[in-house]
Design a protein around this ligand. Sequence first.
Ligand SMILES: [Zn+2]
Ligand SMILES: [Zn+2]
Length: 228
Amino acid sequence: MKSLFKIKSACVLCGEMTEQEVSLCSECRNDLPVVEYSCEKCGLPLSVSDQSLCGQCLQLKPVVDYTHSVFYYESPIDYLIGKMKYEGDLSCAAILGDLLLKSVKDIKQTPDVLVPVPLHNKRLVKRGFNQSLEISRAVSKQLKIPLDTQYVRRVKPTVAQQTLNLKQRKQNIKGCFEVQAKHQLYKHVVLVDDVITTGSTVNELATALKEGGVEKVGVWSIARAVLK
Ligand SMILES: [Zn+2]
Ligand SMILES: [Zn+2]
């Protein structure tokens, strides 16, 4: 039987008790570093609202059609992501998934499917879970968009992108993904990732999807890092 009383839990950031469904109090939630204006294509934060594309996207035309990154990759978002990824704290995945859901729930163009950026099997085994899949769950369930974890496979193990510069990142990720050709064809796919840094990974993935016949590829991510 479902309890009539709301279960309280301690906020993961400040420790105060909260009745929110996930362990993040409303005060801490309101304090998060939301990206207000960003490049439509790559999600890079922009300082003014009257611009829709950043300088780099005007020049380079990325394969990804649009990116929605909710937060800047800074405190306390980096802490929540780190706690999920490296300490295996799935309550943080639930918090991040809920934040993503609240941010995309009114988006007009609903994709056919959500594809969490896949991990290579070796890393999946080591970590025990795919963080992108974990943060996709609430969005998929609440917005009724199917999740497909079989559509694309990561066929090449890679060095962690954090350690590389832009050129090395592109090289490192090249040819990494394989679309399952026999699989059902989608027209509009949204890739879900925890952090977007240069966009190399999602662009490589979008390239593979478009070669496989997908027409539109968007990205939803919790955070957008800005390379200094
Ligand atoms: Zn709090
Ligand atoms: Zn851009």
